[in-house]
Write a protein that binds this ligand. Structure first.
Ligand SMILES: Cc1ncc(COP(=O)(O)O)c(C=O)c1O
Length: 415
């Protein structure tokens, strides 16, 4: 085998991987349609399609269509579009009545928004460690995090892999509290054959640039509870109410509305999602099998309840002692072989400076000892972006061959 590219040898791969986002004439035509219509925002709440104030003639709203189609594709009766996934979490939690003094159980191995959305509405995130085999909330650790103030559990379907919803829902039901799925990574995924986003009382999605469906930014709440949907929509619409006068505001809301341009893009992205998800699943299955043969590389488990992995990220543990070099050295060598990869979250959320604020209602330093699996996940994870999974089996072979090459030549990598 040739010597390592980082030491001057030929790289395994010189071709670029598929790029993200993916778009075609569908996005282009839909965007132009909105541009020319003059309907640049969804000017009415509910299902109405009336004309904007002083604007062009009536036209169906793309945001309304997105809400209907996305909810239906995710097994839900209602969808409420909004500006981003963080806002979607704030809206869902506020609509469920959470606020100051309430505690929300969240994993620490996730994007900061899972914890800051509760904080932004005055509630307190309480961290609960993850399962070392899936990197999702460990149901066996939830009960010890519950206090009389616990008002919700927010599991993240991390990387697109379903959380253990049976166990989590059981605990929530015993406590009489709702589950809000953070499905920012999980468009088109499923749990025991049911769409992710349809299992909890509500769920939230992100359409930020890196996500499996994107308009650059965007978010959406799904729920099948009509009363909750109505409150969510009102919160996104500065407290307005369907059918009530325009300048009548019923609750303290935000302007968190999505534009018609974003919805135009997202409708096209939603059409493409099933085929892209199937391709990611096929490639991820093939890549996992190949990587399991390499010492020190351990792809995360996919439990049988995770019937449809959305593969937002392909994650494996990098076990330095079994592989023979440090993760940093490995990542640099992999990059040189033409395979982009990263180490993911640098630390569990509670280590962020924002949690050192002495004015917070909780001392977050204690979670360092309470969450050893999140600490270990941050130390050992390697992430591959989902766009790499939009190639073919040859592309997956390049990834596996590059890793196997580095393993075979590890002795030449002086650290
Ligand atoms: C798990 C998770 N939750 C929530 C969010 C927040 O979404 P947004 O960036 O659209 O606000 C993200 C986004 O990166 C995320 O990864």
């Amino acid at each position: 085998m040739n010597s390592l590219a980082i030491l001057g040898g030929p790289p395994v791969r010189t071709k670029p991987f598929p790029t993200w986002p993916v778009f075609d004439a569908r996005e282009e035509e839909s965007l132009l349609e909105v541009l020319r219509s003059g309907h640049w925002w969804r000017y009415t709440l509910g299902e109405a399609t009336g004309p904007p104030q002083g604007g062009a003639a009536s036209a169906p709203s793309k945001v309304s269509e997105l809400q209907r189609n996305f909810a239906a594709a995710h097994g839900c009766r209602h969808g409420i579009a909004c500006v981003n996934g963080t806002a979607a979490l704030e809206v869902a939690l506020r609509a469920l009545g959470l606020g100051p003094g309430d505690e929300v159980i969240v994993p620490p191995y996730t994007f900061v928004a899972t914890a800051t959305a509760p904080m932004l509405i005055g509630a307190t995130p309480v961290f609960c460690d993850i399962d070392p085999t899936t990197f999702n909330l460990d149901p066996g650790r939830i009960e010890e995090a519950i206090t009389p103030r616990t008002r919700a559990i927010v599991p993240v379907h991390f990387a697109g892999l379903a959380a253990d919803m049976e166990a989590i829902s059981g605990i929530a039901a015993r406590q009489g509290i709702p589950v809000v799925e953070d499905a920012a990574h999980a468009h088109g995924g499923s749990w025991n054959g049911r769409p992710l986003g349809s299992i909890g009382t509500a769920a939230t999605f992100s359409f930020q640039a890196s996500k499996n469906m994107t308009a650059g930014e965007g978010g959406l709440v799904t729920t099948s509870d009509p009363a909750l949907a109505e409150v969510c929509e009102s919160l996104v619409w500065v407290g307005r109410k369907t059918g009530r006068p325009w300048y009548e505001h019923h609750r303290l809301g935000w302007n968190y509305r999505l534009t018609e341009f974003q919805a135009a893009i997202l409708l096209a992205q939603l059409e493409r999602l099933p085929a892209q998800t199937a391709l990611r699943q096929a490639n991820a299955g093939y890549l996992s099998a190949r990587l399991r043969e390499i010492p020190g590389i351990s792809p995360l488990a996919v439990p049988s309840y995770a019937t449809g992995h959305a593969w937002h990220i392909f994650v494996f543990r990098f076990l330095e002692s079994d592989f023979g070099v440090s993760r940093g050295t490995f990542l640099r060598a992999l990059e040189a072989e033409g395979i982009p990869a990263s180490s993911g979250y640098a630390h569990p959320l509670y280590r962020n400076p924002l949690f050192e604020n002495p004015d917070l209602p909780m001392d977050y330093r204690r979670f360092v000892d309470l969450c050893p699996e999140s600490e270990s996940a941050c130390a050992e994870a390697v992430w591959l972006e989902h766009r790499l999974l939009l190639g073919n089996e040859r592309d997956m072979d390049d990834i596996a061959n590059a890793i196997a090459k580095i393993q075979a030549h590890r002795a030449s990598l002086r650290e």
